[in-house]
Design a protein around this ligand. Structure first.
Ligand SMILES: NC(=O)c1ccc[n+]([C@@H]2O[C@H](COP(=O)([O-])OP(=O)(O)OC[C@H]3O[C@@H](n4cnc5c(N)ncnc54)[C@H](OP(=O)(O)O)[C@@H]3O)[C@@H](O)[C@H]2O)c1
Length: 333
């Protein structure tokens, strides 16, 4: 019965969003958009997950529009290739490798940028300990890296790997940059959610599933993406007074290496209509360029417009709040 319910739920969801989330929706909507030629000269961007997929496109597009870009992903030939592509075009893009599933590596990355992690995991500015290459103001931070892991994996620190990569690392990275004074009041933080968030409520109990028997990679991903929506709204309200912007967006269904790896059947069925990486990157670039006003309360951006954060009343029901989420992330560090 439960399996049947899930099957019908999935069919209803994919049927409902087939046109909207695929390239069809993007191409129809863009007919009504004004010309968009962003100019990011003088800005420094940090893009996570910049070695592939949507993040790679965002990083290169921002650099082509004049930004100096720090590309973050695990050290790999893919990351080297992005740097080589940028160099061949005369763009300013440098790699700053980091394994976002490792909180130790996130701390190391922050330390190298002038933010120091103490034993409790909070970060403070430490001007005395900065290196020459560090302390570069970040105008746009794109918290893009994300994984859906079929196989249950615990990191050396005892965290479920997708939780660490999708959510905790970005929480720490953002908090560390703010604490170090590297995300000024004019900065924009762009977070990535997914249509998967529409399936689940906020639940801190489902974020870091360390018990393999309780783990389902698709659900874990959905819970991380729901939490990302809540966290983005939390930051928006926290930062309201000093002007820093926090946005969260769904890129649509995009043909990327991640989709190929994690959702092969979904990709095989929809390959012809999946969005390309440029379409997946569009709203992130648009948000950074236009800094639109946001409605009060939880929402997410999709195709340059703020949309509902919930499609069903059931996902609004939660024992958790933004505050318990943040308390949970603090403790998980
Ligand atoms: N594609 C879609 O249809 C879709 C739909 C909804 C939401 N999204 C979201 O959009 C974002 C980008 O998705 P995508 O499809 O472009 O993903 P992708 O093709 O799998 O690329 C993921 C990027 O994240 C990096 N990454 C993965 N694990 C990492 C780690 N431990 N440390 C550092 N970097 C890591 C990868 O680099 P390395 O593996 O080399 O480190 C790669 O650069 C994700 O947050 C995803 O959830 C995508």
């Amino acid at each position: 019965m439960d399996k049947l319910k899930l099957l019908f739920g999935a069919l209803a969801f994919y049927g409902r969003f087939f046109c909207s989330f695929t390239a069809i929706g993007f191409h129809v909507r863009r007919l009504f958009w004004p010309r968009f030629q962003p100019d990011f000269h003088g800005q420094h961007w940090v893009v996570t997950g910049a070695s592939a997929g949507i993040g790679r496109h965002i990083a290169l597009a921002a650099a082509r529009a004049g930004a100096s870009v720090t590309a973050v992903a695990r050290a790999s030939t893919k990351l080297d290739e992005v740097v080589a592509t940028a160099q061949a075009e005369g763009l300013q893009l440098q790699a700053a490798p980091c394994d976002l599933s490792s909180m130790a590596d996130v701390s190391r990355w922050l330390v190298e940028r002038g933010a120091v992690a103490n034993s409790g995991g909070t970060t403070n500015a430490a001007p005395g300990q900065t290196t020459a290459a560090a302390l570069q103001r970040v105008d746009v931070l794109v918290n893009n890296a994300g994984v859906m892991l079929d196989e249950h994996t615990l990191t050396a620190e005892g965290l479920e790997a997708s939780f660490a990569t999708n959510l905790l690392s970005h929480y720490r990275l953002t908090k560390g940059l703010v604490a170090a004074g590297l995300l000024p009041s004019t900065a924009v933080v762009v977070n990535m959610t997914s249509g998967g968030a529409y399936h689940v409520p906020l639940s801190t109990a489902m974020l870091n599933v360390t018990d393999a028997a309780r783990y389902n990679g698709t659900y874990a991903y959905a819970f991380h993406k729901r939490a990302q929506v809540v966290l983005s709204e939390y930051w928006r309200t926290q930062w309201n007074a000093d002007g820093r912007r926090s946005y969260v967006l769904h890129p649509g269904w995009v043909d990327t290496p991640g989709v190929k790896r994690s959702l092969p059947r979904f990709r095989a069925a929809l390959k012809r209509v999946l969005r390309d990486e440029a379409a997946g990157a569009d709203t992130a670039l648009w948000l950074a360029a236009t800094k639109p006003a946001q409605p009060i309360g939880e929402h997410l951006f999709f195709d340059r417009k703020a949309r509902a954060a919930h499609l069903a009343a059931s996902t609004r029901v939660s024992r958790d709040t933004a505050e318990t989420l943040v308390a949970y992330l603090e403790k998980a560090q």
